[in-house]
Each structure stands twice: as C-alpha cells, then as structure tokens.
Design a protein around this ligand. Sequence first.
Ligand code: SAT
Ligand code: MN
Length: 595
Amino acid sequence: MANAVEKWVEEQAKLTKPDKIYWCNGSEEEAKRLIEVGIKEEKLNGKPVFQKLNDKHWPNAYLHRSHPNDVARTEQLTFICHPDKDTAGPNNHWMDPKEAKEKMIKLFDGCMKGRTLYVLPYMMGHPKSPYAKACVQITDNTYVAVSMRIMTRMGKDALDRIGHSENFVRGLHSIGDLNPERRFIMHFPQENLVWSFGSGYGGNALLGKKCFALRIASCLGLKEGWLAEHMLIMGIEDPKGNVTYMAAALPSACGKTNLALMQSALPGYKIWTLGDDIAWLNVGPDGRLYAINPEAGFFGVAPGTSLKTNPNMIKTLKNSDFFPTFYTNTALDADTHEPWWEGLDGTTPKNVIDWQGNAWDPSKGSKAAHPNSRFTVSMYNCPTLSKEIDNPNGVPISAILLGGRRSKLIPLVMEAFSWQHGVFLGTRTGSETTAAAAHQVGVLRRDPMAMLPFCGYNMGDYFGHWLNIGKKLKHAPKIFSINWFRTDENGKFIWPGFGENIRVLKWIIDRVEGKASAKDSALGLLPDLKDFDLSGLDVPKAKIEQLFMVDPSEWTAELQDIEKYLSQFGAQMPEAIWQEYRSLAEKLHHSALSK
Ligand code: SAT
Ligand code: MN
C-alpha cells in the first residue's frame, strides 16, 4: 500500500502532469548527474541551467544565471494563508486559503508537461535531532534540486523518519514560466504546506529555507513551545579553551554571514561556526535554551566577500569537494572561467562577462555581478565549522544578540536589563537602507528581531511568545543590542567592524561570566570602558566614547516612531512591551532633566 508521501506525490503529479518522476536519494553521484542534465539538456530562459567553472581555482563550482527578473525574494507576492487575517497580522500579506488554492491550482495545472518532477525528501536539522523536522519538496528544476541537497540534509533518512505517518512538511514548487505576473509564494501554516510558483530564487524556491524553517516553523514553534529565528549561531572560544555559544539576529546587509565566520582580531579568541541564517531554539531539559541550525549550507551574498572581509568564507568556497558550489548571477572572468564579483580580492579581470551573460563595460557604471548574486555552499566545507554541528541536542545559548544598521542613537553594544527588556529591544530593531537595497538610502525600516518578512503570524503574538519562552527558561541567555554602524559627524563609521567585533563579543562573554562591570543608562547596561578590551586598537578614546553616547534630546523622534510602529499590532501587543516602552520614555525624560 502506498504511504502518505507516495500518495501526496501522486496527487501532485496528477495536477502538474510531468513527463517523468524522479525520487532523489541525495547522493553525490546523483547530484553530478543532475548537474549534467542542467548543463546539457535543461534550459532556463533559453540557456543552460549550469556552466562549469575553472576547476583548478574553484573546485566543483558551477555558474547559474537566473532569469533577469528573478533575482531576489518577492515579499509582495508572498502570502500567509491562515483562515483569518488577524492571525497573519499586519506584518504579512494575507490571502484566504481557499482563494489561494484556487488561484494556484490554475497555475500548477499541467505546468510540468515536458519536464521531470523531482521528489526531494529532506530533513531540516540533523536526522537524529529531536528538534529536526522531516520534509518533502517537489520541484521541476535541477538548480533547485541540487541546491536543496547543499542546503538541507537530503535523502533516505527523511523518508525513514516519516515512515507511514502523515507528519511531514510539504512543499510544491515549479519555476513555471518565470513570468512575475504568475509568481506566488503561498504558505498554508495549518497544513504545513508551501506552494511556490514562478521563481527559482533561493528564498522563493528552496522551500526548506525561509518558507519552512522560518514562516511555517514559526507557527509550529508557537504551537509547540519553541522559537524559529532568523539568527546565526556561533561558539566563541576564549584563550583558556572555554566556548560560549551565542545566537544573533541581524537584518540583511548587516554582516551576519561575516560575523558567523569571523576571524578574530584578538589573539587567543576563535569563532566556531554553527550557522549563518536560521536558528531553531528550544528549552532544554535543564532549563537552558538550545540552538540547532536546521540548514546544512550557506546561501550568501557574493559581492563584498573577500579574503579581507571574510577569509573563512573564501576558504569554504575553495574547499568544495563532496558537495558542489553554485554561483548565481555573479560575473565571469571570460579568460580564466573563474567567478568574479565586485569586492573580490585582486585586480579586476580584463574581460568580464556580466551576470546576464553580456560583455561588461565598466565605463557604463553598471555592476558586473548582480548586487544580490549569491553562492550556495555546504557548511561542511567551512574551516571554522564547530565540532558540535551535528550534535542532535544543539548548543546551549548564553547570549542572544539583536542588531541592525543605525548611524545614530543605538550604542555599539549594551545589555538588556532583563529578558522582558531584551524582547522590547527586539521589537524596536531596524536598519537604515543601504545603496544596495532598492529603497531610498538612509531610510529606517523597522525589522523586529530581523523577522519582519519571516514571521508566519501576527508579530504582536510573536512578542508574547518570546515573553512566554522567557518564563519557561530556568537559565535564560542574556540579551544584548549591537550596532556596528554608528557614524561620526562626517558620516564615517566609527567602529572598524569585521574581526575587531571580537572585542564586543569578549565583553559579552565577560558579562555572561560576571567578570566585566557595566553602567546603567536609560537604554540598557553599557560597558565600563575599563573592562572593554581596546588593546592595540587604533581608534581614539573620544571616538570610542561617542559609540556609547546617549543623548536624550535626540530620542524624541525615535520614541514617537517606536510608539507608532508598535501601535499597529493593537490588542495583540503584550502590555509588558508597553511597560518597557513607558519605562524607557520616562528614563530618557529624567536624564534630559538632570542634564
Ligand atoms: O534566499 S534567502 O531568503 O535566504 C536570502 C534573501 O533573499 O534574504
Ligand atoms: Mn536571511
């Protein structure tokens, strides 16, 4: 008798009408074969799906060019389909599940004619982890199929875990005809189901990633008592060999991947990487918070990645062996067949082919690599990979870091007064837009806990869920706010960032261990500079002090903006968060009066 997975696949095949059905086992040999199909047979936008790159300098690497209109996530076409709109909240686009299904069935009907339907059984999390989830995705694209093998743990383990149960997360994906008018990413949290049509881009098409591991998983977490978060996970080893684990939430363009693989500028300190994007956080039997990374790869932004900014990522990319590495929409050195992007080490090659496949003329001012061009690479290539990566129980988190990109107001680092205050700090985080984003430069977009595009339900309830998790923790991690991006009166970054960020992490470890003192301020607990390691750093003391300055007079507009932002969640917003807001407003008012 057919089991639930087989039945589901059969139903989807009836709808999509592929020529062939192929069940992936996740093997190396199979990936090679699918890449061959992508090089020789399958076409995307009339061109091969993959091109082999220079194997001597970039082993096992392939270039993929997407359709030029399909280069990023499409939030306006991403819907959360709870039965009622309030559950989705003002932070999501909502569609009635019935309406969404009707719309999508028309698109999926017969969409795989002439194509192969690939069945991808995969685990999010290590197959042995009690926190892992078994999933099955269907796709009609080799790039998506092999990318999923890099990004997840694909193969028989998932099918074994599902067995005859109905309990698996379903994802149906077709690249369709890549027409943006016919592109939708629909989530059905009640059914643990994602339907995605018309895009091959990572976050839209690799359904284990943002669609499941954050949007659907956040809903599961609410039901089951855990947190699915947009966070990196890392361990920091001190000179004595003790490792402290941290998770950090940062919106895009804040250096999350660089931080996760950081090369420490302080001797004796070492970063061990566990993840650069997603963390699932569970309350362990001992009352501590444990993190696993549900993913198995990095899907990182290529431009700006170099031996200077992220040496360990360059080593990861060059270390491809068992798993292939994909470069999506980067440029190409026409003479050497190496991938290239703005910010890569060395000189600009003489003959560059741009991300769309045309000869690049730098004098025209366009970028050779798309600003959101990406690499897809296995975590197991990473030289700083933590030995705890496959620990089914995850790692115990001692500190949670919440950050954004703010040129003013927010100190380099501060500690929350309490868990509740920490959650409040998370509600107000945000980032000023950079030139790389399509928006106006320097405009603040609030992005609570960096989860705004990824929380699958009303964010007011989400903050309430965070507060409840805090109550369940006997040994809650300390929460910190971080901001590498404060600027001086000339608009220059004050803090050098990158490897020097270890100084901030060191202070955080010392706070966790009760070794460093802190000063009270209206905003939170600020470092006492005598306990903040500035040895060998070439930044004047006065500048460092500027990084921690709290000027109440600058906060009037910010307070109003926070209030306006939080008000949109109405009755769903927990009173405890408003208490923290009022307390901040009062403290700032008093410190303004005492000045
Ligand atoms: O593909 S992801 O959604 O993970 C990356 C991004 O677009 O933010
Ligand atoms: Mn992300």
